[in-house]
Write a protein that binds this ligand. Structure first.
Ligand SMILES: Cc1cc2nc3c(=O)[nH]c(=O)nc-3n(C[C@H](O)[C@H](O)[C@H](O)COP(=O)(O)O)c2cc1C
Length: 400
């Protein structure tokens, strides 16, 4: 079982940060399906948190059900990152994570994210300083119980329907002893693809140095910064990091896991101890339940019925309305409906997939929550379907 510092996770599957998508509502939906060992906030600006800007505070929102939770910080100044880490601990983080993988200009131009892969001494200095700060704000045993999710276990909402499978739900993560919150780092293989191709990726060396300064686990997205989201995940790059750390800390593999078999293959090919799933969860929030069952028993639970999938969309939408406001909930449901609808397509007798485009259009054009609920009800009644779905092209960074 995956252990991050003092924390024994309940499964070895993690929900990835996906800026603008893996918010509290979505994390709750995934957790309700089961199988999520740890979920993480999207990347947070420590300056924003410390200044208390509304956007940062919204992104950092968590609750008792959203546990255990990682809070991910980005930046390049060790002192500001350390103060951001303290803020995260004071506001509910079970784990603090440092972003060393973001390829987006807005982040790398300020020397954060994957730019740190070009300045390893800075990357290590940040981790060292953050680790020091975390050591200065240890949690009490009572607080640890809370951060691990004990507080919400009895009677927690659970969507998996009690099918015969191992979804990991019902047990809290465990902490082995008490003390400070663990620190993790999430990285790519290196900046330049040519470095990877010539055997000079920095990630193995960086992971070793991070372990030496007290980082409890590293997540490796098996692409270079130059790859952005192109091509396939490079499993050999993740395996090189696993070899380099030699069991000193766990390595969590990440990239292109869309089906339970992909996770099993990643573990087999790389030796990683955990698997982080991002885009696969956007279309399939029950992927953690399915994958955990597959890893534990070799069997996948029966897929959710159409009614259960629609209930998941409704649940997400109502959580969004509850936790944010109508404008934001409408923005989110419109932009995510393609992801959610991906699994709603039915196979026709001729083997082609029936299009759900009319349904997606109805949601995108909805002028308010009632119109969204109406579109969901009409779809459930068999309407808003028709035609043939164009070939899926979900390999890119953005949902279509
Ligand atoms: C739109 C988008 C936003 C992302 N935002 C973050 C982020 O905030 N922090 C982070 O560490 N990774 C971020 N990622 C990277 C993902 O966490 C993950 O490493 C990547 O998508 C590969 O995993 P997947 O194939 O399972 O999605 C983002 C990816 C996408 C597509």
């Amino acid at each position: 079982m995956l252990r991050i510092g003092p924390i024994q996770l309940n499964t070895n599957l993690l929900l990835a940060p996906i800026a603008g998508y893996c918010d509290l509502a979505f994390r709750m939906v995934c957790r309700e399906w089961g199988g999520v060992g740890l979920a993480c906030t999207d990347l947070l600006s420590p300056q924003g948190l410390l200044r208390g800007t509304a956007t940062s505070l919204d992104l950092a929102k968590t609750n008792d059900y959203d546990k255990p939770v990682g809070m991910q910080l980005y930046g390049s100044d060790p002192e500001i990152m350390a103060q951001g880490a303290r803020w995260a601990v004071e506001h509910g983080a079970t784990v603090v994570d440092i972003n060393m993988g973001c390829p987006v200009d807005k982040v790398t131009k300020k020397d954060g994210g994957s730019k740190l892969l070009t300045d390893l001494s800075r990357a290590v200095a940040i981790a060292k300083r953050v680790r020091e700060e975390l050591d200065r704000c240890p949690l009490s045993a009572e607080e640890w119980a809370h951060r691990l999710g004990d507080a919400q276990r009895p009677g927690a909402a659970h969507a998996c329907g009690g099918h015969e499978h191992a979804c990991g739900e019902g047990k809290a993560a465990r902490v082995l002893g008490s003390g400070p919150v663990p620190l993790t780092c999430k990285m790519r293989l290196c900046w330049h693809t040519s470095d990877f191709e010539t055997g000079n990726a920095c990630s193995p060396h960086l992971a070793r140095m991070l372990a030496d300064v007290g980082v409890a686990a590293v997540t490796v997205h098996g692409r270079t910064t130059e790859d952005k989201f192109q091509g396939s995940v490079r499993l050999a790059g993740i395996a090189a990091v696993v070899d380099a750390v030699g069991g000193a800390i766990p390595v969590i593999g990440n990239g292109d896991v869309r089906e339970p078999e992909d996770a099993a293959n990643m573990i087999l090919e790389t030796g990683c101890e955990g698997v982080m799933i991002g885009r696969g969860a956007l279309s399939t929030p029950w992927i953690f339940r399915d994958t955990w069952s597959y890893l534990m028993t070799g069997r996948k639970p029966a897929p959710p019925s159409e009614a259960e999938m629609l209930a998941t969309i409704r649940r997400f939408f109502s959580l969004m309305l509850e936790q944010r406001d109508e404008r934001y909930a409408m923005f989110q449901i419109r932009r995510r409906i393609s992801w959610f609808a991906k699994r709603l397509q039915r196979q026709l007798d001729n083997g082609k997939m029936e299009s759900v485009k009319p349904f997606k259009e109805a949601i995108r054009l909805a002028d308010g929550p009632n119109a969204v609920l109406d579109a969901l009800a009409r779809f459930e009644a068999g309407e808003l379907r028709g035609g043939i779905e164009p070939a899926a092209e979900h390999s890119g960074a953005e949902p279509i």
